[in-house]
Design a protein around this ligand. Structure first.
Ligand code: MRU
Length: 336
């Protein structure tokens, strides 16, 4: 089941804000509606954002002819590419489709379909390469895999990134259990990853975010598998807030910490993690859980949606094309 696609002239997607209670399909026919869906996280996860942005440019082409209304078309494209700042896929795929917009809407749609298909194929390849690597690093076939946020088909188009590896391990009969962190404040792990693990029939136990590092210290997991919103030239990796704490604990416990992300998330134009823009989503998500206040009225909050894990804490990066063993001194420019 695809989490989003182009269907009869519109973008259709599972509304991730309504899971797990309801599997509702959103049909979006305007750029403004798609931008709003991206901002409220109806669609989220780096590869899925890239695919959504790509189809968004096709919607923009129906609203404004770039030859007749270049400024309006450019403004619609800019609203898409800036809807969320940290995942490199969004701006990159918007730019890719905008670059062929002059050739017409059919050419733009063909490019967006290509981007969708590339992500589908990447997920399949990452799952297998990642499962092979986990087998090599862990050395047994009853793997307990900890993960954070949602990196499954919902965050991509099908199967996903880190969760694609967990799915491949499960299909090989090598998964003892998955341990997803709930992922405050928006609970992508609690709401979405558990939903996907249940659908694939994979054994799993949900834990609160603050239990992750302690469980690693107590030997509860053999590997940590995470996705990425941006992997930069030196290997530093931006991913959901909480990933850095897991990486520190994994290093302390000697547990492999593996980043699984398609090449479309690798951004070698950005040099180090210090140069990555981290989205701050504001106080509302922190002071309330699903509209119920959990802090006194007027409480201020800091809400970074992502953190950066320095490459020295990352064992390896798995893409659809390669495995880069940072722990063995490989680098993105030469490795894999
Ligand atoms: O804020 P979100 O839910 O878009 O954050 C998503 C993540 O951090 C994922 O781990 C990342 O995009 C990789 S998804 C395959």
């Amino acid at each position: 089941m695809r989490s989003l696609d182009w269907v009869d002239g519109a973008v259709e997607m599972i509304d991730q804000t309504r899971l797990p209670q309801e599997t509702a399909i959103l049909r979006l026919t305007s750029t403004a509606d798609l931008v709003a869906a991206i901002k409220r996280l109806s669609v989220r996860g780096a590869p899925a954002l890239g695919v959504a942005g790509a189809y968004g440019v096709v919607l923009a082409l129906a609203e404004h002819d770039p030859a007749a209304e270049p400024d309006r078309f450019a403004a619609a494209v800019a609203s898409l590419r800036t809807a969320r700042p940290t995942a490199v896929n969004l701006g990159r795929m918007v730019d890719r489709v905008a670059a062929v917009a002059g050739a017409g809407r059919e050419a733009a749609l063909a490019e967006a379909d290509r981007i969708r298909d590339e992500e589908l194929n990447a997920s399949l390849a990452m799952g297998e390469l990642g499962a092979d690597l986990v087998g090599q690093l862990v050395g047994h076939r009853e793997i307990r895999a900890m993960t954070i946020c949602n990196t499954g088909g919902l965050a991509s188009v099908e199967r996903g990134t880190a969760l694609a590896v967990i799915q491949a391990l499960h299909e090989r009969g090598e998964l003892s259990e998955a341990i997803p962190l709930e992922t405050r404040p928006l609970l992508q792990g609690g709401r979405l990853t558990t939903w996907e693990l249940a659908r694939m029939g994979a054994p799993h136990r949900l834990v609160v975010d603050s239990a992750g590092p302690f469980l690693l210290a107590r030997g509860a997991a053999d590997v940590v598998l995470i996705g990425a919103d941006r992997v930069v030239a030196n290997g530093d990796t931006a991913n959901k807030i909480g990933s850095f704490a897991l990486a520190l604990a994994a290093a302390d416990a000697g547990v492999p910490f593996i980043v699984v992300a398609p090449e479309s998330t690798v951004d070698t134009e950005t040099k180090t993690g210090d140069d990555i823009e981290i989205e701050d989503r504001g106080r509302a998500e922190v002071v309330a859980v699903r509209s119920m206040a959990i802090a006194p009225e007027g409480t201020a909050a800091i809400n970074p949606a992502f953190d950066v894990t320095p490459v020295r804490l990352v064992t390896a990066l798995v893409t659809e094309q390669r495995v880069v063993r940072f722990d063995l001194g490989q680098t993105l420019s030469e490795g894999g």
